[in-house]
Design a protein around this ligand. Structure first.
Ligand SMILES: C=C(OP(=O)(O)O)C(=O)O
Ligand SMILES: O=S([O-])[O-]
Length: 253
């Protein structure tokens, strides 16, 4: 840190196993990615190349190498996994993962329906070649999953070999664990936390009010995901009580 300030809560240190900030890159140029890393690298734990952008983005290999050389694991958004799956190209997906030297994989069913035993089978298979993050929740706002079901799904996916479960919100933060307005489904979140350790959950929380909710509920070392690249530094300040919203949260602890 740049100068001495007392009463700053203890953040876990990189490489962290909790307190993670997961960032979504949905199309930064190589130069933008370099600039982004020059300021935010110490505060980025994992980087998602959002949805199908990897298929389209130029310089994909260099971008992946850039993040990896900064010791930041990269993975393809689960939507890409689903895009391969629905085209019966699971083996091609695995080959792409290997070809690009990717070590983290998201398994999701946000856009398609996969029988859950089958989803767990993919998690089990992929956990043999990489660290699996599995996502629970639908991208369809009409598809409401009751809390007991979220818990069942998360437990089964962790049991199948996922290292983390991601709680769906999309980039917009208005599905899954949130209402259409972006408001947190608090009962759902609190019920999930009675059964699943918070260290194992990455909460997608693209909006500031959502990040604040989880910081107040779980503390500065909550795992948060779908951060926009330009908001990483401000999140880090907010995590440790250096933004108006969290100013009093960690004082005199
Ligand atoms: C970007 C993705 O996920 P989400 O919408 O959950 O952020 C994705 O699935 O690729
Ligand atoms: O696939 S997306 O846009 O969440």
């Amino acid at each position: 840190m740049n100068f001495n300030l007392t009463q700053i809560p203890d953040r876990t240190k990189k490489p962290r196993n909790h307190g993670l900030t997961m960032v979504m890159d949905k199309g930064l140029s190589l130069e933008e990615a370099k600039n982004f890393l020059s300021v935010a690298s110490p505060h980025v734990d994992i980087l998602k190349l959002g949805f199908g952008t990897s298929f389209v983005t130029p310089n994909l290999r260099q971008k992946i190498e850039l993040y990896q050389s900064a010791n930041i694991p990269v993975y393809f958004g689960g939507t890409l996994f689903e895009a391969f799956l629905i085209r019966n190209q699971f083996d091609d997906f695995v080959n792409v993962i290997k070809d690009y030297g990717i070590k983290h994989i998201e398994v999701s069913d946000g856009s398609i329906t996969i029988p859950h035993a089958e989803k767990c089978g993919y998690i089990e298979k992929l956990a043999k070649i990489a660290t699996v993050l599995s996502e629970v929740g639908s991208k369809d706002a009409e598809h409401i999953i009751p809390p007991y079901k979220w818990i069942e799904l998360m437990n089964a996916e962790l049991g199948a070999g996922a290292t983390y479960v991601i709680a769906e919100a999309r980039e917009s933060g208005n599905v899954g664990i949130y209402r259409g307005t972006g408001e947190v489904r608090e009962g759902l979140v609190q019920e999930i936390l009675t059964k699943i350790p918070s260290e194992k959950i990455i909460w997608e929380a693209p909006q500031k009010a959502q990040q604040l909710y989880f910081l107040e509920l779980i503390g500065c070392n909550v795992n948060l995901g779908n951060l926009a690249p330009h908001e990483v530094i401000s999140l880090e300040a907010m995590r440790i009580g250096l933004r108006g919203d969290t100013f009093h949260l960690f004082l005199n602890q």
